[in-house]
Write a new protein. Structure first.
Length: 160
C-alpha cells in the first residue's frame, strides 16, 4: 500500500502542483483567475499569504492542495476560509479531499477559529456535493460576498 501524508507543501513541488491544476482545466473553479495556466508565482503567493497551506501526498507525490486564509475575503475574526481546494483528477473519490479538509479544520481550531467557510462558484456542482457530504451548511450570508460565489460554513467546535 502506498502511504498517504498531509503536510505543508515543499517549495520544490509547487511547480508540479501548478502544472496539474492547470492541466485539469479547473483553475476557474478554485480561484477568480480566468487564465488557463496557473503560474508558479501565483501558487506560491497563495501559500505565502495564507495562514496555512497543505498538500496530500500519495507515494511522495502531491495529489491535493488547499490553503487557509483570513484575508481573501472580509470575514468575522473567528472565521477562516478553506481556499483553493483541489484534488488531482485521477485521485478523486478516494477521501483525500475529505482528509485535507479535516486536517485544515483541525489546524484552524488549534489557531482559535470557531468557524470555517468555503466558497464555491455556482457551476461547480461537484464541490457543492462534496461540502454537503462533509455536513457543511450552505450559508445564509449573501452569495455576493465575492463574485457571486456560494458560501458554505462549518462550526469547528466538534473538530478534533
Amino acid at each position: 500500500m502506498i502511504g498517504i501524508t498531509i503536510d505543508s507543501p515543499k517549495r520544490t513541488e509547487l511547480a508540479t502542483v501548478a502544472d496539474w491544476i492547470s492541466a485539469s482545466g479547473e483553475l476557474h473553479l478554485i480561484s477568480d483567475l480566468t487564465l488557463r495556466k496557473l503560474a508558479d508565482h501565483t501558487l506560491r503567493s497563495w501559500v505565502e499569504t495564507g495562514i496555512e497551506s497543505a498538500v496530500v501526498r500519495r507515494g511522495g507525490k502531491p495529489i491535493a492542495f488547499a490553503t487557509l486564509s483570513a484575508s481573501e475575503a472580509s470575514l468575522p475574526s473567528d472565521t477562516v476560509e478553506i481556499c483553493h481546494l483541489i484534488v488531482h483528477p485521477s485521485c478523486r473519490r478516494r477521501y483525500e479531499g475529505s482528509h485535507l479538509v479535516l486536517e485544515l479544520s483541525r489546524k484552524a481550531r488549534e489557531m482559535g477559529f470557531s468557524r470555517a467557510v468555503g466558497r464555491v462558484v455556482p457551476q461547480n456542482s461537484i464541490a457543492k456535493l462534496f461540502l454537503s457530504s462533509l455536513r457543511w451548511a450552505r450559508s445564509d450570508v449573501k452569495e455576493d460576498w465575492m463574485n457571486g460565489n456560494i458560501w458554505y460554513t462549518k462550526s469547528l467546535e466538534d473538530v478534533y
